[in-house]
Design a protein around this ligand. Structure first.
Ligand code: ADP
Length: 261
């Protein structure tokens, strides 16, 4: 087993991120076996911008959840909080059984390795090929050359880009670039994939292909949280929808649509 697999936090034991012998303070917490728990989380930016207000929800392992809401409603803030890029003003966030408020600084990189991120603007390195973009992500995580050599073609196959391994981003279509960024986010099979407007720059047909890929990744057991404005996609998929309005959770529906009915 690789070091990364050992440290993956999807596990039946909520102490996966704890040191051996360390007591896990969240062990008895409600929802400790879930993937994401927000307990009355608020975030106020200086001086008085309330971006999130008393947000509470539980996302179980394996769920596919859309996060919707108008611009400025708090979606990015929520994503940055769960990556521990921001600290909540009040409330508690538990990811993979670990209370982020108690997560030591030195464990933050490990938390982020367990959360694959996909963005609207792909964030690819323009001077590197498809294979090199994916390999680079592994390299910075300290993976061995052997494991990189094995994992890159495997994940490119999964996203349908085997034939584009030597292409540079500007030689790829938007949909293909997004596939590279999904390959990069998923190459270590993180238990949680967070997608921020992944189809925002793509035409409807291409978006369908990307959604099918994300759906397939979800079916393999990965929890997906996807912030989106893609009304048609949300309505078609009929998955759980958490809707934000002015920093508050306005709606949380099991098989929801983009707008309330
Ligand atoms: P969304 O992702 O839904 O567009 P955001 O989380 O980016 O919403 O923003 C929520 C609110 O917080 C908005 O009013 C926004 O202007 C404000 N905001 C976001 N980031 C900051 C920041 N770094 N400093 C101050 N206010 C911010």
């Amino acid at each position: 087993m690789t070091a990364v697999e050992e440290e993956t936090f999807v596990t039946d034991t909520p102490t996966a991120l704890a040191e051996p012998g360390e007591q896990d303070p969240t062990a008895a917490a409600p929802g400790a076996g879930a993937m994401i728990v927000f307990e009355s989380v608020s975030k106020t930016y200086d001086p008085h911008v309330v971006a999130l207000e008393a947000a509470s929800f539980v996302i179980e392992k394996g769920e596919f959840v859309f996060l919707v809401g108008p611009s400025g409603s708090g979606k990015s803030t929520m994503i940055r909080l769960l990556l521990k890029e921001l600290e909540p003003t009040t409330g508690r966030i538990i990811i993979g059984g670990r209370d982020l408020g108690r997560l030591p600084h030195r464990k933050v990189p490990q938390l982020r390795r367990n959360i694959g991120c996909v963005f609207q603007d792909f964030k690819l390195l323009s001077d590197r090929t498809t294979s090199e973009n994916v390999a680079y992500a592994l390299k910075v995580q300290g993976e061995s050359r052997n494991s990189i050599r094995r994992k890159v073609p495997e994940v490119l196959g999964l996203v349908g880009l085997t034939h584009k391994g030597n292409s540079y981003p500007d030689e790829l279509s938007g949909g293909e670039q997004q596939r590279v960024s999904i390959a990069r986010a998923f190459v270590n099979h993180p238990p949680l994939l967070v997608c921020d407007e992944p189809t925002g720059n793509l035409d409807p047909d291409t978006s369908v292909g990307i959604m099918q890929l994300l759906y397939r990744i979800n079916r393999s057991g990965t929890t997906i949280l996807m912030a989106t404005h893609d009304r048609e996609m949300v309505d078609k998929m009929r998955r759980r929808v958490i809707a934000l309005e002015d920093g508050r959770i306005a709606r949380d529906e099991r098989r929801g649509g983009y707008a309330s009915e």
